[in-house]
Ligand binder design. Structure first.
Ligand code: DUC
Ligand code: ZN
Ligand code: ZN
Ligand code: ZN
Length: 461
């Protein structure tokens, strides 16, 4: 006996349009979507006045991540609870290979961090930090374990791979139909620029962006795309932050390459003027890539309007101001990089994207859910409100008004970079595989998240 739930009077959002329809949930799946479905034997949920989005997917979080000095402030317990309160029903976190270690060990470690603790569904990208023949042989096993996406760094001395190994990884992952997402910044140049700043005594957090200018990102994107051309493989560019980098991605697309672009809310909403605050306050905004100019923000919004951006995820990586960001009081290079954001992405994009006329609600469904599901091998199990899909549904109340604040957030962090930002809309209810887990923005059933085994990447662009 499967429980049946009928969500009535809502409007279902897809990239192909929004239409009034009832949604019948049977057990963990969506059974029917259509007008005037029979109520017999169903529990009813009245979604009058609400939009029904496919559960939002955040493909870029760093929960319980040890950066070598300190551990990000949200773990899988708090981070996934914050995610689901905001309407995110699936996250993809980064499992990171230890240098000298295997991918299998990293995968087991991330299962230990997450299993039984998550309040939304979750999967892992595997970050490869040490590439050799043995690791290459592990790639098939990763695919069999449901890990079909990989992450590389071109910056951070303890994580990055040289270009030849990037080429080998791209070729190898393409063989399994997977996708590689890369942090594109030129690590050597960052080290040089940071060294010059240090020697000039410029060590306060306001100098962080000077070590990582836009061309550092653009050069790495251009190089990554040419390596992908050589490898004849599709590539994902994570956290694109600059107009200059966007232009390099456009060039690669114009050559006929499959290049996917992710950007993040912080690069759309915040800019580098935040680094000019007095004292150590600027440390709150130290993330990499750094916040950019107003012109960069405008270029990214344009790219969203034009469907040049495929996915919008958060790079959620919180560190407390007290005790964690403070590790870099005397040297901005020692400030742990990252900001929290997994909770607020849907409301921010709804308010400043959809309501502001910069994206349609269909584009929001695409970039926060459907494209993400397709790119990372979860479609049509995830990413769509349609028969057969997991019943991951966000009942979005557009009439809600709120203000983002550390006082009300569920993220485990002693600040939010979006403090005081007005938002419209929130997740009035969230269904996770058929079970209502959020009511009026609060978790009502915790720890219902499960690991999502993923298949081949399949996003047409
Ligand atoms: N930059 C990263 O590269 N990773 C985590 C967060 C950040 O700001
Ligand atoms: Zn990164
Ligand atoms: Zn990241
Ligand atoms: Zn609360």
């Amino acid at each position: 006996f499967d429980m049946k739930i009928l969500i009535k009077n809502g409007r279902v959002v897809t990239p192909r349009g929004t239409c009034a329809a009832d949604v019948l949930i049977e057990g963990s799946r969506i059974a029917q979507v259509g007008e005037g479905l029979s109520e017999s034997g169903c529990n009813l949920y009245d979604a009058a006045g609400c939009l029904l989005f496919p559960g939002f997917i955040d493909a870029h979080t760093h929960l319980d991540m040890d950066n070598g000095v300190t551990v990000s402030s949200d773990d899988f317990e708090t981070g996934t609870a914050a995610a689901v309160c905001g309407g995110t029903t699936t996250i993809l976190d980064f499992a990171t290979q230890d240098r000298g270690g295997t991918l299998a060990k990293a995968l087991a470690d991330w299962h230990t961090k997450s299993d039984g603790k998550a309040s939304c569904d979750y999967g892992f990208h595997m970050a490869i930090t040490d590439w050799n023949d043995e690791v290459s042989r592990e790639i098939d096993g990763m695919a069999q374990a449901g890990v079909t996406s990989f992450k590389l760094y071109l910056a951070y001395d303890n994580l990055r791979l040289p270009d030849g190994q990037v080429y080998e990884v791209l070729k190898r992952v393409h063989q399994i139909g997977g996708i590689v997402g890369t942090h594109c910044e030129n690590g050597d140049l960052i080290n040089e620029l940071a060294g010059e700043l240090r020697r000039a005594g410029k060590l306060s957090p306001r100098y962080h962006p000077f070590a990582r200018p836009d061309y550092v990102e653009a050069e790495a994107i251009a190089r990554y795309c040419y390596i992908a051309l050589a490898a004849d493989a599709p590539v994902n560019i994570v956290h694109l932050s600059t107009r200059l980098g966007l232009e390099e991605a456009r060039r690669a697309r114009a050559r006929g390459q499959q290049v996917y672009i992710e950007t993040c809310p912080q690069y759309l909403m915040l800019d580098e003027s935040l680094y000019e605050q007095p004292g150590f306050e600027a440390a709150k905004y130290v993330c990499s890539p750094p916040l950019r100019t107003a012109a960069d923000r405008a270029a990214l919004w344009d790219a969203i309007s034009n469907n040049e951006v495929d996915t919008i995820s958060t790079d959620h990586c919180g560190y407390n101001f007290k005790g964690q960001k403070e590790l870099g009081r005397d040297d901005f290079m020692k400030i742990p990089n990252g900001m929290p954001g997994v909770e607020h992405r849907p409301a921010v994009l709804y308010t400043y994207g959809v309501e502001a006329g910069r994206m349609t609600e269909g584009q929001m469904a695409a970039m926060l859910s459907e494209n993400t599901a397709r790119l990372f091998g979860m479609y049509p199990q995830k990413g769509v409100v349609a028969p057969g899909a997991d019943a991951d549904i966000v009942v979005w109340d557009p009439s809600y008004s709120g203000v983002i604040s550390v006082r009300t957030q569920h993220q485990n962090c002693d600040y939010t970079p979006l403090e005081g930002m007005a938002v419209h809309g929130r997740a009035k209810a969230v269904f996770l595989r058929g079970e209502q887990v959020v009511s009026d923005g609060e978790v009502i059933r915790a720890h219902r998240g499960a690991f999502v085994a993923r298949g081949r990447s399949d996003l047409q662009r």
